[in-house]
Design a protein around this ligand. Structure first.
Ligand SMILES: N[C@@H](CCC(=O)N[C@@H](CS)C(=O)NCC(=O)O)C(=O)O
Length: 224
């Protein structure tokens, strides 16, 4: 087994290219962790991506997973669905699947678009940061209304939609935390705070040094 290829050093484990602070990588790690699938993790620095990642997937975004059977999955939502398809002990996939996928599509589409404009408002000088925040708030307000009815987005139980969406709301909150903490979204604040303090989130956020080809394998996941 060579360290210079995209074959994992640890036979039988999928390979995951990840970046700790990326919301897409977070949701992939959350689902992998919950599924109990152990992966060999390679921590990427976005401004210094390893050639192996580019070879695998020309768009070279993270996360990227290579399964033990050699299947390449380079979209975070597909990694989540794959992981939970292997094992879904909490039944995250069973909760209102169609409505969850619709909400996730809104997050990944319009909300992410406005979140990026809000976060990097200096790159989009046509409008103010406040303007972009207000566009993003349309989605946050929708979540607020859903969270008025139950503890989590779909029901009183944590499920796929919560896991897929909260890393992006975390990012939204942190653009201007002082503003967010006093904004009229008490249920979103409660939901986000709870998820950020959860053992699940803490367990998927350890710091790893940047991977390079000479390193030993780093295993990520919950040993059962
Ligand atoms: N649609 C992709 C998006 C992934 C994505 O854009 N990840 C960012 C990091 S958060 C990235 O890798 N960007 C490439 C870069 O900055 O060069 C997914 O869901 O996995």
């Amino acid at each position: 087994m060579s360290k210079f290829t995209n074959e994992p050093l640890t036979k039988g484990h999928p390979l995951l290219y990840s970046f700790r602070r990326c919301p897409y990588a977070m949701r992939a790690r959350l689902a992998l962790y919950a599924s109990g699938v152990l992966v060999e993790l390679r921590e990427v620095v976005l401004r210094d991506k390893p050639i192996q990642l580019r070879e695998l997937s020309p768009k070279a975004t993270v996360p990227v997973l290579v399964t033990s059977e050699g299947q390449l999955i380079d979209e975070s939502l597909d990694i989540m669905l794959w992981a939970l398809g292997q094992s879904d002990p909490e039944g995250w996939l069973l909760v209102q699947h169609k409505a969850s996928m619709t909400l996730i599509a809104q997050n990944d589409g319009q909300f992410k678009h406005w979140l990026d404009h809000y976060k990097y408002a200096d790159r989009f000088p046509e409008h103010s940061g406040k303007h972009y925040r207000e566009q993003a708030e349309v989605f946050v307000d929708k979540l607020e209304r859903q969270l008025q009815c139950h503890s989590y987005l779909m029901t009183d139980k944590l499920s796929l939609a919560d896991i897929a969406i909260f890393p992006f709301i975390r990012q939204f909150a942190h653009v201007d935390k002082t503003w967010f903490d006093q904004a009229p979204y008490p249920n979103v604040q409660r939901w986000l705070d709870g998820l950020l303090a959860s053992p699940l989130f803490i367990d998927i956020m350890p710091k790893y040094p940047q991977w390079n080809t000479e390193d030993d394998a780093v295993l990520f996941g919950k040993k059962r």
